[in-house]
Structures are given as C-alpha cells and as structure tokens.
Ligand binder design. Structure first.
Ligand code: FE
Ligand code: FE
Ligand code: FE
Length: 168
C-alpha cells in the first residue's frame, strides 16, 4: 500500500482502487504523449500518437462518468507501474541519438503503455460484470477497444514502416 492510499479491505475497495489507478495512469499518459508527438520523426507515428492523445482525453471523461455512476469523486491513486513505463520511455527517448532508432524505441514504449492499460481495463470489465455493473462494463469496453486498436496499429506501423527504417 502506498503512503497516501486508502486501505483495501473489500472487493469494492479493490475495485475502486483499480479505477483510481487507471485514472491516474490515463492522466500521466496525457502528460507524456505531447512530448512523444513532438519527438516522433516518422509522420505516421506522430499522427498515431496525436490521435491517441485525443482518445486518451475522451477515456478520462469516460472514467469521470464511471465515478459518477458509483457516486464517488473522481480521484487518482499513484500507479508505480505507469510511472516506471513512462520514465523508461523518457530515458530511452533522450538516450537515442538516431531519429529512426528513437522512433522504434518510442513505438515499443507506447505499446508497453497500451498493454498495461489493456490488463487494467480487462480486469475492471470482469469485476464490473461480476458485481452486476454491466452498464459500467459497457463504458469501459469502449476504452478497451481503443487501447487494443492502438496497440494493433502500432504493431502494423512497426512492421511496415518504423522498424524497417530504423534497421536500414
Ligand atoms: Fe488509455
Ligand atoms: Fe497500477
Ligand atoms: Fe492508451
């Protein structure tokens, strides 16, 4: 348990904590993505980051809606995992001298972010359904689909474009 987080005693506490975790993560992602948009040399990659920044802002709005349905104040709980993934991405970005290699590094880092989100939303959807909150599961499924689509788009961009250029 983090110093400033509430104790987790019940499944409801854990559910709320996990929502706060992804709420924090999405906010950190909206702060990290503009730098990645800025640093991306490949125009398709830049476009993909830009698009996902817009989606991420919408995803935060969806989480606000979920908190509202639960009658809770929207609040984040520090997520050391996303902090670590973003820190690693930033370090790699500044360590890569070659633009095309940096693009490949950023693409890989962005996929790590998407995979973290996919696990969290997958879990939250399962727990929502188990608790009879199908309405919340439905909202979160929209976001999960966006995260999966982004991951797939990045895979395709890597295979057809970014990774090839970095290796050339
Ligand atoms: Fe997201
Ligand atoms: Fe976390
Ligand atoms: Fe995402």
């Amino acid at each position: 348990m983090g110093f400033f987080s509430s104790p987790i005693k019940t499944m409801d506490d854990l559910y709320l904590h996990t929502l706060q975790d992804i709420y924090y993560a999405e906010h950190q992602i909206t702060k990290a993505l503009p730098l990645m948009v800025d640093k991306a040399g490949n125009s398709a990659l830049k476009q993909a980051f830009k698009k996902h920044l817009g989606e991420t802002e919408k995803q935060i709005t969806r989480l606000d809606e979920v908190f509202k349905i639960l009658g809770k104040e929207p609040k984040g709980a520090t997520c050391p995992a996303i902090d670590g993934i973003i820190k690693e991405a930033n370090e790699l970005m500044s360590d890569c001298d070659d633009t095309e290699v940096r693009d490949a590094a950023m693409l890989a880092a962005a996929q790590a972010v998407e995979h973290y989100e996919i696990t969290r939303y997958g879990t939250l959807i399962a727990w929502s359904n188990q608790a009879g909150k199908a309405n919340i599961a439905k909202i979160l499924e929209q976001t999960l689909e966006e995260e999966k689509a982004t991951d797939q788009k990045l895979t395709q961009l890597g295979e057809t474009n970014v990774n090839k250029k970095a290796a050339a």
